[in-house]
Design a protein around this ligand. Sequence first.
Ligand SMILES: O=P(O)(O)O[C@H]1[C@H](O)[C@@H](OP(=O)(O)O)[C@H](OP(=O)(O)O)[C@@H](OP(=O)(O)O)[C@H]1O
Ligand SMILES: Nc1ncnc2c1ncn2[C@@H]1O[C@H](COP(=O)(O)OP(=O)(O)O)[C@@H](O)[C@H]1O
Length: 308
Amino acid sequence: MRFHSIVYQGCVWKKNRSMVNLSPPAVPVKKRSPWVQVVGHAGNFQTGRDGKLLKKYCECEQQCLQKLMNDKLRPYVPGYYGVTQKDEQDYNVMDDLLADFDSPCIMDCKMGSRTYLEEELKKAREHPQPRKDMYDKMVAVDPEAPTAEEQAQQAVLKTRYMQWRETLSSTATLGFRIEGIKKVDGSCNTNFKKTRGKDEVMRVLEDFVDSDAIILRSYHQRLKELRLVLEKSDFFKTHEVVGSSLLFVHDRSGKVGVWMIDFGKTVPLPSPLILDHRSPWVEGNREDGYLWGLDNFIDILTSMLPML
Ligand SMILES: O=P(O)(O)O[C@H]1[C@H](O)[C@@H](OP(=O)(O)O)[C@H](OP(=O)(O)O)[C@@H](OP(=O)(O)O)[C@H]1O
Ligand SMILES: Nc1ncnc2c1ncn2[C@@H]1O[C@H](COP(=O)(O)OP(=O)(O)O)[C@@H](O)[C@H]1O
């Protein structure tokens, strides 16, 4: 017999077919909640077996995940299991961070004060490639945002689009931004492009934890632990970390986790350059504002705690 289940993947419901054994299990098996993608490129992921997740292969990400398996940051990133091939597509195999949660609430926050690599800026100058899709995304949010020249071209450079997104959101002012949230009721909100002010961010965070002080305290604790480890990590010192997110996950049992994900734009620095991740970015210094953003995040949670 074939069993048809409906699997929620991001904001799209898809039919999933799998074989089931008709004989009842001797011991009750805990049903795993279906994997959910909150934000990111559509079609980049596949769920694997035994709580593993397959993400479309990216060499840069592979290199990072491999190095991270031997770094102090190991407990703060998904476990990495190498590369696999499926239907002629290569994938990086990693832990599904949702696997041990029951109906998890999930939040993706993009860290850092800059969301494009210095390398991308250089390329954009040498070979400018204005993009129509980014122009369309821009005018959908603010028809006044493009310059007269961009309006004439009906296109914008990627770095220009990314800078505009940074100043529209809290990336430029706080060094992180909320990208998307999935709540326990299944609702998924990615409409945070204009969430910029500290108060607005606090309201979104309070809603995410459903005003639960215990959950908020656990996130606060986990972020402070992560900061200590980041400050000691060799990997972190020697990499420009851009476009990487923190994935916040909790469920009604009170289980809480925060992990670093998305290393597609995390690149090694030329030796002996190291970053403090707090100094303001000046082109050439490669600083990414990651720790500055984390400091601000922790301060915001600290100021919220007595209010809950
Ligand atoms: O969030 P919106 O406003 O839609 O913009 C997206 C995000 O910045 C993506 O970053 P992330 O993957 O971190 O979400 C970025 O992918 P990159 O990470 O590849 O830069 C996309 O660039 P393109 O994939 O070039 O469109 C850009 O269009
Ligand atoms: N290891 C993981 N475990 C669980 N969910 C994940 C994991 N990695 C990514 N995700 C989910 O996929 C989304 C996009 O991830 P990301 O790595 O940023 O993809 P992209 O490179 O396409 O932007 C995250 O917001 C999260 O919901």
